[in-house]
Ligand binder design. Structure first.
Ligand code: 13P
Ligand code: ZN
Length: 280
């Protein structure tokens, strides 16, 4: 069933577990996420960036994700990830997304707040959940290249100002993680997560979830993270399995089944780390 993400995330916050938010890039990855989440009885968030929507076909991608989410036997939210434009936010709301992220973190704080406030205003009309970001989360979204985590972490007073002045429902502070595969283990500032969590109260989001060691994910959840974003590891599993399978098999549905299984293993592992198994 398709739900706003705040419903799923508030339960996770109360239950002290996190909900994995998986980026999907095609039908196989989307199916692997839902099929595995259903098997593990885990709530899940499906997410996609404007860049990816643009590349794979926005209307088709939204329609397939919405359809799959509605038919799912578990709570599913459909989330627009890292949108730096209000036009894409409006588009996503009109196309059935139940959650939207405005990423105006590159702008000065007052402009970031103005974008977040406008996002909240638009999303309220549709009963959708909102997310905003503060600080700089390193790496390049939509690619597998990453640098080291940037050191521009979220500042707690800016975080409080952004959340209270915008009315945003969920909040992604930069706490030392980066997008893509890590060249070095990340240095996550756990006390910053805790401090921001006590200040802002709304569910906190951890970006750059691929490749973070298991004990660090668990610690981040203990400190207050309720949503863990994972993208790159699913793409890597898809690419590896696709390349291996195509050597001996070219019938599309047979290839798809193999690839789905490989991606599903990563999904199952992350559900385990988030502690969301059995919570649906
Ligand atoms: P990774 O691709 O590093 O897992 O990050 C995902 C993410 O933060 C999506 O917003
Ligand atoms: Zn991200």
């Amino acid at each position: 069933m398709l739900e706003p993400s705040i419903q799923i995330l508030n339960k996770a916050k109360q239950g002290q577990y996190a909900v994995p938010a998986f980026n999907f890039h095609n039908l196989e990855i989307l199916q692997a996420i839902i099929e595995t989440a259903e098997k593990r009885r885990s709530p899940v968030i499906l997410q996609i960036t404007p860049t990816y929507l643009d590349k794979i076909g926005d209307v088709a991608a939204a329609a397939m994700a919405r359809g799959v989410a509605k038919a799912a036997k578990i709570p599913v939210a459909l989330h627009l990830d890292h949108s730096n434009s209000l036009e894409w936010i409006q588009w996503a709301l009109e196309h059935g997304f139940t959650s939207v992220m405005i990423d105006a973190s590159a702008l000065p704080l007052n402009e970031n707040i103005a974008h977040a406030r406008k996002t909240v205003e638009l999303a309220r009309i549709y009963g959708a959940t909102t997310e905003a970001e503060l600080g700089h989360i390193g790496g390049i979204e939509d690619s597998q290249e990453t640098g080291n985590p940037a050191r521009a972490l979220a500042d707690p007073s800016g975080a409080l100002k952004l959340v209270t002045e915008s009315g945003i429902d969920t909040f992604a502070p930069a706490v030392g993680t980066a997008h893509g595969l890590y060249k070095f283990p990340p240095k996550i500032n756990f006390s910053l997560i805790e401090k921001i969590g006590t200040l802002v109260k709304v569910p906190l989001v951890l970006h750059g979830g691929s490749g973070i060691p298991a004990d660090m994910i668990r610690e981040a959840i203990r400190k207050g993270i309720a949503k863990v974003n994972i993208g790159t590891e699913l793409k890597a599993a898809w690419a590896r399995s696709m390349a291996e399978t195509l050597i001996t098999e070219q019938e599309p549905w047979k290839v798809v089944l193999k690839v789905r299984e490989a991606v599903g293993q990563v999904v199952a592992h992350k559900i385990g780390l988030c502690g969301s198994e059995g919570k649906a």
